[in-house]
Design a protein around this ligand. Structure first.
Ligand SMILES: [Zn+2]
Length: 446
């Protein structure tokens, strides 16, 4: 008894411990009312309801909108319900423990407050709920995650009843597409190709006369709708997303340098974050044939990038080359609202790229909105810098390509938020761009 009442250290250092199974906590679940999880404005995302007969039920008031953040708490736990298990089943209030000892009352566990912007999360979920896709929104200047949405989703309130269906469906609603979905990045990869060209130095002023398509090895790579873009420098080619320009530029850069540039942006790297995720892969090398290198340079080929990784790249550019560690738990509070543990922004990599490289990429990403493929974002009450992408799934596959946008905002020269949207098979039917427009409009005008 005394053993489990002893105040436990919730968190050591900057990392939250992940406990898959802990007999002490399994025991604690009987004597504790599991703490609640809140968004940044104090909306309850998960709480435990206690019936008159003592039965405890975990309730998720927003259902599917937060499923891939909170996870669920049953006999097995996932996502933050798992990561925060120890925090939610601990109390640092001695009086709670006395009440338990002498009054037999259950101890109320600590609460967790997230960095999530509830309005933005809800809005993002609403825009995505009828398609398959992911949205990641963060604050580059701190690393705070403001929204993290994956669809299709599931209702954590009824996950037990729905288990059979959820685990047998082809569209895998239990898995987070934002964190675990590996997708060809399409033209968003041109950010990486452009950075590699800049680092090469001699390729910064590369020009190419686009004829609408180019033959490389055994394949023909077309521009969108085979439009012949004519003479292009990197600013025009980036803004209008000219494939022949970047495919031929990629061949001059070479496979090794494309991969090394990708790796400098933390692709092929396990990201240190509290929720489970897949690693993004860029495997191209000088040993690959020309077709593979050219396809990689325009985001096809073997590239597999998660929306979460892509958003970290946009964050690093928006923050002048410095990347803050992404985090989603702001603090743990006791039941009186006193902070027990606070998480602060911390640097993940202070030199993802040089400031001048970030400035160069910002110049390219500015053109995309000023006169390029994301022109529709130029009426917003913020400056937007970004890149669109249309990613073919595989050669000869006639399903609709995925639709991407990644970028960030500035207001009065100050970096605002980074936003990445990826819609599976949405290129024509449900493109990412109008979603980005509506979310940014909501964020800046609400
Ligand atoms: Zn072109």
């Amino acid at each position: 008894m005394i053993l489990f009442l002893t105040k436990t250290m919730l968190i050591d250092g900057s990392k939250i411990r992940i406990n898959t199974y802990n007999p002490r906590l399994a025991n604690a679940e009987e004597h504790y009312v599991r703490g609640s999880i809140y968004d940044a404005s104090g909306n309850q995302l998960a709480y435990t309801k206690v019936e008159a007969d003592g039965t405890k039920t975990r309730v998720y008031p927003f259902g599917e909108a937060y499923a891939h953040i909170t996870g669920y708490s049953l006999r097995s736990k996932t996502c933050l319900e798992l990561v925060l298990n120890e925090a939610l089943l601990s109390s640092d209030r001695f009086t709670d423990q006395l009440e338990y000892l002498f009054g037999g009352e259950d101890i109320r566990g600590n609460n967790a407050i997230l960095t999530i912007d509830g309005g933005l999360q809800q809005k993002a979920y609403e825009m995505l709920k009828d398609v398959h896709g992911a949205i990641v929104i963060s604050e580059p200047s701190t690393g705070k995650i403001l929204a993290l949405v994956s669809t299709p989703s599931y209702d954590p309130n009824t996950v037990s009843e729905d288990w059979e269906d959820l685990t047998s469906r082809d569209d895998s609603p239990l898995y987070s597409r934002a964190l675990q979905g590996q997708y060809p990045p399409g033209s968003t990869f041109k950010i990486i190709t452009s950075l590699a060209a800049y680092r090469d130095g001699s390729l910064r002023n590369y020009e190419y006369d686009c004829q609408g398509e180019v033959e490389i090895g055994a394949t023909t790579l077309p521009c969108y709708h085979s439009t012949a873009h004519g003479q292009q420098d990197i600013y025009d080619a980036f803004a209008i997303s000219c494939n022949t320009y970047f495919a031929t530029l990629g061949l001059k850069i070479g496979g090794d340098d494309l991969r090394k540039t990708a790796e400098s942006l933390h692709l092929n790297d396990r990201i240190d974050f509290v929720l489970p995720q897949s690693m993004s892969h860029v495997t191209v090398s000088d040993a690959d044939n020309e077709q593979m290198i050219a396809e990689t340079a325009i985001g096809q080929g073997q590239n597999q990038i998660t929306p979460f990784s892509m958003n970290m790249i946009a964050s690093a550019i928006g923050n002048g080359g410095m990347l803050y560690r992404p985090y989603i738990v702001d603090r743990i509070e006791n039941t009186e609202g006193k902070t027990v543990e606070k998480y602060l922004p911390s640097m993940y990599d202070n030199a993802v790229m040089k400031a001048e490289e970030a400035e160069y990429l910002e110049g390219l990403m500015d053109g995309v909105i000023a006169y390029g493929t994301a022109y529709m974002l130029n009426d917003l009450p913020c400056d937007v810098y970004g890149k669109t992408g249309t990613a073919q799934i595989a050669e000869g596959d006639d399903t609709e390509p995925h639709s991407w946008f990644t970028g960030y905002t500035k207001v009065g020269g100050k970096t605002g938020i980074a936003i990445t949207v990826m819609i599976e098979n949405g290129a024509e039917s449900y493109p990412a761009l109008p979603i980005v427009h509506d979310l940014l409009n909501y964020y800046y005008t609400r």
